[in-house]
Design a protein around this ligand. Sequence first.
Ligand code: C5P
Length: 231
Amino acid sequence: MSDDRLIVALDVPNVLDGLALATKLGDAVNFYKIGLGMLTGGGMALANELKADHGKRIFMDMKFFDIGATVEAAVRGMAQFDLDLLTVHGDPHVVTAAKQGAAGSNMKIMAVTILTSLDRDDLDASCIKAGNITDLVQERAGLAFRAGADGVIASPQEAALIRALPEAVGKLIVTPGVRPAGAALGDQKRVATPAQAIADGVDHIVVGRPIWQAADPRAAALAITAEMASV
Ligand code: C5P
């Protein structure tokens, strides 16, 4: 019944709420994303419980960035658990170190290109080189792939451009900012529908609030799955 192309972001306040939501969703959802907010409140225990007791797949959205040795050690620690996806920032030295840390496990390293919350003024303030953000995202995606990333996180607007890169063959593209037609946007500005994202070559969509804030989260998840199946 579930479709692994849907990843539900468990951005709920605590582990108990996370487990309650996963129980409510049942076999409608097979893949969950745990972020930094949840990590500090027991996110690893939640990941392990969802994996071991419920048979779910897990995407740890940690966005690691540090010197290579530290990234490698952190990723090696994560790789002891049976996790599916892990994010790091897409800088080549970070990706290379993360791949070394993940060696011997099935955990895939996903690179963040440029945070979608940043605009050109933010990049200027951080001394990031000139150029329009879309071009820089495409360039950083290519660099991350060449450094060995198994995939990238991209906004729906960037997905098709990244999919067109020769380096993207066989790589994963995972996209947040997905909203079923008519759903509230929240703070997401550049959104696509589930069907559009899949048509653009996305492998997994990450959906949070349209599911966990829904009156009937299970029905909301099933509607998204049905929409993806229609592509
Ligand atoms: O509730 P919503 O569907 O907007 O949740 C999307 C999830 O994807 C959240 O966990 C959010 O932090 C994450 N995310 C995002 N945009 C990015 C990267 C991650 O919305 N560029």
